[in-house]
Design a protein around this ligand. Sequence first.
Ligand code: NAD
Length: 321
Amino acid sequence: MSAKIIDGKAIAAELREELSRELEGLKAAGARPGIATLMVGEDFGAGMYRSAVEKFCGEMGLGYRNESLSADTGEEAVVAAVRSLNEDPGVSGILPLRPFPAHVSDSAVINSISVDKDVDCFHPFNMGRLTLGEPTFPPATPSACIELLERHLRAEGKDVTDALEGAEVCVVGHSNIVGKPLALLFLNRNATTTVAHVYTSNRGNLAKHTSVADILVVAAGVPQLIGPDVVKEGAVILDVGINRVVVCPECGALNRSKKNPCRKCGADLAEAETKTVGDVDYERVSGKASAITPVPGGVGAVTNMMLARNTLRAARAQLEG
Ligand code: NAD
């Protein structure tokens, strides 16, 4: 079997068209949909994400406000900045970019975001709604997984409700931003949902769960965690992982750093190439799965569109009062 590639870039382009039409309609009705990012201090990853959101807002025609505070800003001042974003009519959605400095607690910031502007579902109220099966703003990355899966099922001529009810789903990873909310989205669709994580692996039980899954989603941040031996024949695989790796020029093994010799053959990696891979051994698992998302060009490509969708939803609700 050679897996069908679930093309995140193509699905993102479709979504962009759909959302652009919706955005025009909202603007014509007087709304000013926009996103604000909140950063405290300098962090490379958060800074990259901030720039990506700004660029994406520009391309989509969404408003953008950059709230970047210095690392020595006190917690009260950070909360005051959030409250000012809550009041800004040009900000429909607020995206806190972590990590924050140690003296600023995540919960103080997140709890002060208006639940009506919490477009990536960080606030306990919105997580609670998600748990109850009444999501207001389902978080972007888990939603991207569901969107890719549902569009794939429809393209295969399947009824989405039927295909998911009682399906064996395994989510690998139990973080608050990906694994847990994604498991809830599957439960809300009546799938038989198993969540595996690092402690599952530590007990040697990962394969037991992944190898019976009709739908396997991997969000662990571990390159090549999932090989063909632990995947069910014909499974649909969604790979959320994003890992920057160094490829050994001698044996092809993936390494984390150029500084150390290759972990497999000991070759020097100083001049080795780097590339981005997911958590799934894409080439080999493609021979066994029925469908698979690539990395890059899979889940990540659709994530921003889900953020835009939630922002438009927020802007519409704010317009309607
Ligand atoms: P995290 O570090 O918060 O959580 C990792 C999870 O994986 C944990 O639940 C941990 O228990 C589990 N895990 C780690 N090693 C494991 C192992 N050996 N076996 C089984 N489970 C294991 O990470 P996160 O924020 O949830 O992100 C996970 C991955 O998804 C990362 O690679 C991240 O870069 C990527 N990501 C992608 C997007 C996107 O839009 N595509 C968005 C967010 C995160």
